[in-house]
Design a protein around this ligand. Sequence first.
Ligand SMILES: Cc1ncc(COP(=O)(O)O)c(C=O)c1O
Length: 399
Amino acid sequence: MEKMGKYNFDEYVERRNTNCTKWDNLDKTFPRAKKDSIPMWIADMDFAVADPIIESVHRVADRKVFGYSTRETDEFYNAVLGWYKRRFDWELDRESIMFCGGVVPAVALLIRLLTEEGNGVIIQRPVYYPFTNKIKENNRKVVNNPLIYKNGKYTMNFEDLEEKAADPNNKLMILCSPHNPVGRVWTEEELKKVVEICKKHDVFIIADEIHNDLVRKGHKHINLQKLCPEYKEHIVTCLAASKTFNLAGMQMSNIIINTPELREAWLKEVPKSGAQHNPNPFSIEAVIAAYNESEDWLDELIEYLDSNAKYVEEFVKENLPKVKVTPLEGTYLMWLDFNEYGISADELETIMLEEAGLIFDEGTMFGEEGSGFERINIACPRCILEECMKRIHESFKDR
Ligand SMILES: Cc1ncc(COP(=O)(O)O)c(C=O)c1O
C-alpha cells in the first residue's frame, strides 16, 4: 500500500524472540498449531508505536533508576483530562480517575466491590471471555443476555435484558462498548435503553470502554456516563491508552469511579486483594506522550485499520462467498462466520491451526454463540493480513 502519512504501518516489526505473548512460545500456547503459524489472536498490534512514546521511554531509561513511581502529578492528569476533552468533549473529574494495572484486574475488583457471592452479573455474549472468568472466579453467577445475530448483524435483546435485570439477585451488568468481538459501536439509542433498564431495576454498570478510540469512520463512540449523567454514580467506566496506542504491556488503565464512597472502598480493596497499586515508571511517561503528542499517529492508524478491514471484506466477498464478515464498526478485531461450511467448531479450529497455520481466537471462547466464528486481529501490516487471507482461501476454496 502507498505510504501516505508520517507513519509507516506497512513496516514489519520483528516481534519474535522479544518476550512477546502473541508471537513467542507458540508451541506451548498452541501445541496444535503448525510451525510458522501466523498469530492473529491476542489483542495487541504489530505496529511500532508513535515516535513521541518511544522517545519518552528512552528518556526514562536514561534516568538510570527504576524505583517505585507515582502518577499523582498535574502533568499526568492533564494529559488524560485533555485527551477526553479533545476527543470526546468529555470533562472528566480528576478525583474520579483511579489507577489499575489493567482493565481485567479492575473488572475483577469491581465485581467484588459491587456484588456478593452468589449474585448474578449480566454480560452480553458472545463477549470478551475474561468477563466470564472473573465472574466465576469470584463465585458470582454468569447471567447471559445474548446478543441477537440476524442477517449478519448484532443487536441487543432488550426484552431479555429487562427480564434479567428485573431479577433482584442480578446486581451488576458488564457492558462492552465498543463490543469485542462483534465489533459493534453502540448507538445513543441503544445505550440509553441499557441505562433505562438498569436504572429501573437498580443494576450497576461497569462500562468497559477500552476500545473507545478505535472506531471506524462513520461511527462515533458514545461514552455511557457522559450520555447519562443522571446515572453516573451507578456507572464505573474502564478506560486506558493501552489498546489505542499499543501499550498493553505497560499495564496502566484509568478506572473512573464517580462517588467518594466507592472510591474509598476501591482504595481499600486494592491492597487487600494484592493488586498492583503503583504504575511502573515507563508507563507514566508513555501514557503522557501518547495523549499529549501522538494524536496524529492514532488518526493515521485508524485510516490504516479501515483499509485493512476493507481489504478483508472485499477479499471474502470475491473469494470466500460462504464466509460472512460481521461489519466492523469499532476495535481491530474482525468477527468472521464460517457456519455455512457446516463443520463443527472443533473442525474449524483444526483446519485453522493444523492446516492453514493461522492462530485466531476461536469463536467458542466468547461463549457458545461464537461457535463457527473466528476472531481475527487485523492490527498488522497488510502483508501479514494478505498472507492470512491467502491461507484461509487455500484451506477453504474446495470445501
Ligand atoms: C473489552 C476488553 N477489555 C479489557 C481488555 C484487556 O485489558 P487489560 O489488558 O488492561 O487488562 C481487552 C483486551 O483485549 C478487551 O478487549
